[in-house]
Design a protein around this ligand. Structure first.
Ligand code: ADP
Length: 501
C-alpha cells in the first residue's frame, strides 16, 4: 500500500505566516488611521467647535450684565477669567460708543481690524439675526499694521487663528453691540506635536506587529510542520507513525484524528494482508483437491469413478462460490450492486431455504427449526435476501454447539418483520462482536465446519442489509450462543394488492 510520492496540491493557498502578517498589519494600520483621523486630524475641528460653544456661553453671560453700572469691571473680569478679548459698544443716534473694553491677548482680531472692518461685524450680526460668528486668521503677508486679515482655508497660513463672536441686542430700549475674540492657535502646535509623536508610535507599532506576527506564525506553524512531516512518513508507508500534537488544542485534535486514521490504516493493511492470505488459502485448497483427484484418475486405473468426478465437481462448485462471493462483496462495497426490490413472502422464502439443509438434518443429526408467523410480505431484492438467510443459517450450523440445534424465528412488531437465527454455540466475545462483520475476520482461525463457508459471509450480509437500509445485529453470550437478526419493513395487505407477486 505504498502511495505515490506526495506532491503539493496545485491550488496553493497563502501560508499562515503570510495571512497572520497581513491580518495583524491591516489591523494595526486600521487602528492607526482611526487614531490619526479622530485624535489628530479632527482635533482642531472639535477644539474649535468647543471654543465657539464657550464663546456663546460667555456671550449669554455678558448679555445679562449689559445694563450693570459696573459693566466695564465685569467685562474685565470675564475677559481675564476666560482669556479672551471683549469690546462692548452702545449704539445711540446712529453712533457707536465703546462702553467696555478688555484687551487681554496679543494680536486679537477685534482690536486690530480697521474701524470699517469692525463695523462690518456689526452689520453682519444684524443681518444674521443678532449673532455673527467667524473663524479668522491674520494675513501675515498683508502686514500687521494694515490690520489685514482673511478667512483662511484649512491650514492656509501659519498666522494666529481666532474665533470671533459678535452680537447685537436691545436692552431696555438701548442697542448694544459686543464682540468676543479668542485665540485658536495653540491647538495647531499640539496637533503638530501629536503628528510627530504619532509617526514614531506608528513606526514602532508596525515594527512590533511584524515581530509579533513572525513569532506567532512560528508558534502556530511549528507543530503543523511537525505533523505534516509525520504525515509524509505515514504516506510513505511508515504506519507506526505516532502523531504528536504539542502546542495548542487544535493541533492536538488534528494529531488525534491522524492517529485514529493511522490506526485504521494499520488495521486495513493487516486485514488486507490477511485477506490475500485467506483468499490464496481458500483458492488453493479446492485447486489442490481437483488436481489430486484428476491426477489420481489419470494415473490409477479404476479410479475414474463417478464419486471422484463428483468430488471434482463439488470442489469446482466451491471455487465458483468463493469467486462469486468475492465478486458480490466487491460490487456491494463499490456500490455497483444495487438491490432490485420485488415483493415476496419472507416466510415462504425461509421455508424453501430449509429444504437445502435436508441432507444435514437427515445424515448429520442437525436440527433446524423454523418458527413462523404466517405470511410476511416485504419489498426487497429476493436474491440478496436469500443470500443473507443462507449465510446466517450456514454460520449458525457451523458454530452451533454439541446439541446441533439451530432455531430460525420470525416475529412481527411495529410494522417490521424480524428474522432471527439462533444457535447454542460458543458465542462471540463482546470485544470481537464489532469485527465479525469485517471481510475475512474470524474470531479464531480454527475451521470446524459442517457447511463450508467462504469467510466472507457476514460482510456480504452487512453489505446487503445496509444496501436495503435494514436494521440488523447480533446478540451473543459466550458459552450460551448467538442470535443474528435483521428486520425489514412489513407490507400491509392493501399495499400487496397491485404488486406483481
Ligand atoms: P466464516 O464463517 O466463513 O468464517 P463469516 O463472515 O460468516 O465467515 O463470519 C465471520 C466470523 O464471525 C466467523 O469466523 C466467526 O468467528 C464469527 N461468527 C459468525 N457467525 C457466528 C455464530 N453463529 N456463532 C459464533 N461465531 C460466529
Amino acid at each position: 500500500m505504498r502511495s505515490a510520492e506526495m506532491k503539493p496540491s496545485k491550488r496553493r493557498h497563502s501560508g499562515i505566516r503570510w495571512r497572520l502578517f497581513a491580518g495583524l498589519t491591516s489591523f494595526t494600520l486600521l487602528t492607526l488611521v482611526l487614531v490619526w483621523v479622530f485624535l489628530i486630524r479632527l482635533l482642531g475641528f472639535f477644539y474649535e467647535k468647543e471654543r465657539f460653544v464657550e464663546l456663546r456661553q460667555i456671550s449669554a453671560e455678558l448679555a445679562g450684565h449689559l445694563n450693570d453700572p459696573n459693566l466695564a469691571a465685569e467685562v474685565e473680569r470675564i475677559a481675564l477669567d476666560k482669556g479672551i478679548c471683549i469690546r462692548v459698544f452702545c449704539v445711540e443716534g446712529g453712533k457707536a460708543v465703546q462702553v467696555a473694553d478688555a484687551d487681554v491677548t496679543l494680536d486679537c482680531i477685534i482690536h486690530h481690524v480697521s474701524p470699517e472692518q469692525f463695523a462690518r461685524f456689526h452689520e453682519d450680526a444684524r443681518a444674521g439675526g443678532g449673532t455673527y460668528e467667524r473663524r479668522m486668521e491674520f494675513d501675515t503677508s498683508a502686514g500687521d499694521e494694515e490690520g489685514g486679515f482673511h478667512v483662511p482655508g484649512f491650514d492656509a497660513h501659519l498666522g494666529n487663528v481666532h474665533a470671533v463672536h459678535a452680537r447685537v441686542l436691545n436692552v431696555d430700549g438701548k442697542e448694544f453691540f459686543f464682540a468676543l475674540d479668542c485665540e485658536l492657535t495653540p491647538v495647531r502646535a499640539i496637533v503638530n506635536t501629536l503628528e510627530v509623536q504619532f509617526f514614531w508610535i506608528a513606526g514602532s507599532m508596525l515594527a512590533v506587529t511584524v515581530l509579533l506576527s513572525f513569532i506567532f506564525s512560528r508558534l502556530i506553524t511549528k507543530p503543523l510542520a511537525t505533523i505534516t512531516e509525520q504525515a509524509r512518513g505515514l504516506a510513505e508507508g511508515n504506519y507506526e507513525t505516532d502523531f504528536t500534537g504539542r502546542g495548542y488544542r487544535e493541533v492536538q485534535d488534528l494529531a488525534d484524528a491522524l492517529n485514529f486514521a493511522a490506526r485504521e490504516i494499520r488495521s486495513t493493511d493487516r486485514l488486507q494482508k490477511e485477506l490475500i492470505a485467506n483468499i490464496s488459502h481458500d483458492l488453493r485448497t479446492p485447486l489442490t483437491m481437483i488436481r489430486g483427484y484428476s491426477e489420481m484418475m489419470r494415473d490409477i486405473p479404476g479410479e475414474n469413478s463417478p464419486e471422484n468426478v463428483q468430488a471434482i465437481i463439488d470442489e469446482t462448485t466451491r471455487l465458483s462460490e468463493l469467486v462469486n462471493d468475492l465478486m458480490d462483496l466487491s460490487k456491494l462495497q463499490a456500490g455497483t450492486h444495487k438491490p432490485e426490490p420485488t415483493v415476496f413472502d419472507l416466510t415462504e422464502m425461509v421455508r424453501d431455504t430449509m429444504q437445502r439443509y435436508d441432507q444435514l438434518i437427515r445424515h448429520e443429526g442437525y436440527r433446524i427449526t423454523f418458527s413462523a408467523v404466517g405470511s410476511a410480505f416485504v419489498r426487497a431484492d429476493r436474491t440478496m435476501i436469500l443470500q443473507v438467510i443462507y449465510n446466517l443459517i450456514n454460520n449458525a450450523v457451523n458454530y452451533t454447539g454439541e446439541n446441533r440445534h439451530v432455531l430460525v424465528t420470525e416475529t412481527l412488531h411495529d410494522g417490521v418483520v424480524r428474522l432471527s437465527v439462533a444457535d447454542s454455540g460458543e458465542g462471540i466475545p463482546p470485544d470481537k462482536i464489532e469485527q465479525i462483520w469485517d471481510r475475512y475476520y474470524r474470531v479464531d482461525a480454527v475451521h470446524k465446519r459442517a457447511v463450508m463457508g467462504t469467510g466472507l459471509g457476514l460482510s456480504i450480509v452487512k453489505g446487503v442489509l445496509e444496501a436495503h437500509g435494514a436494521n440488523y445485529g447480533v446478540d451473543s453470550a459466550v458459552g450460551v450462543g448467538s442470535v443474528f437478526w435483521f428486520e425489514l419493513p412489513l407490507l400491509d395487505v392493501n399495499e400487496q394488492d397491485g404488486q406483481d407477486l
